[in-house]
Design a protein around this ligand. Structure first.
Ligand code: SF4
Ligand code: SF4
Length: 170
């Protein structure tokens, strides 16, 4: 299969992604939504190191099938939880991410949403996660085209990972 050259974007010098969504798509996170923070987030090794300087790993993380995740916990706000009554350890009552609000940082996988990364023929593809079409309130509500800001969604470390695909969640 050949790829339309217009859909291959250089996100960092020498690091390209194939865009699998409509280039006209815009995104701006809607603060009160919190849907994508109602799950446990996979942490890459570099994320773990970064997180260790900002939080207690023993309190904030858990392991599942040999991989590290931010753990979930029960929350008091019903509109901020999934069907199990839980959400990400770092989701505050005001709907903000404690890591982002207090440390100006968040794990790689949190930056990627509402995109997902897949690999085809050795190339990184950026698409929209299926669940995002149904749950993410930030799609097509602003003027900010995703394709113009791919570096904000796709941290550079993704190109260094053996498996940068982003489908797994806790
Ligand atoms: S770490 Fe922050 S941005 Fe990521 S899921 Fe948790 S609350 Fe949301
Ligand atoms: S689901 Fe979309 S709009 Fe909602 S908090 Fe996540 S990124 Fe923001």
């Amino acid at each position: 299969m050949t790829t339309d050259p217009a859909r291959r974007v250089e996100v960092y010098p020498g690091k390209e992604a194939v865009v699998d969504f409509d280039p006209a798509l815009t995104f701006e996170c809607v603060e009160e939504c919190t849907w994508c923070c109602q799950h446990g987030v996979l942490l890459y090794e570099k994320d773990l190191l970064e997180l260790a300087s900002r939080a207690s790993l023993s309190e904030a993380t858990t392991q599942f099938r040999g991989q590290d995740f931010v753990r979930q916990e029960e929350k008091t706000r019903d509109d901020h939880v999934d069907e199990d009554g839980q959400a990400c350890y770092f989701l505050r009552d005001d709907g903000l991410c404690a890591l982002h609000a207090e440390h100006d940082w968040k794990p790689t996988r949190c930056s990627v949403f509402p995109l997902q990364v897949t690999v085809e023929d050795g190339e990184i593809h950026a698409g929209i996660r299926d669940e995002a079409h149904e749950h993410c309130e930030g799609l097509d509500v602003s003027e900010r085209r995703v394709v113009d800001h791919l570096d904000a969604f796709l941290p550079e470390l993704l190109w260094d990972l053996d498996d940068p695909e982003t489908k797994r969640a806790l």
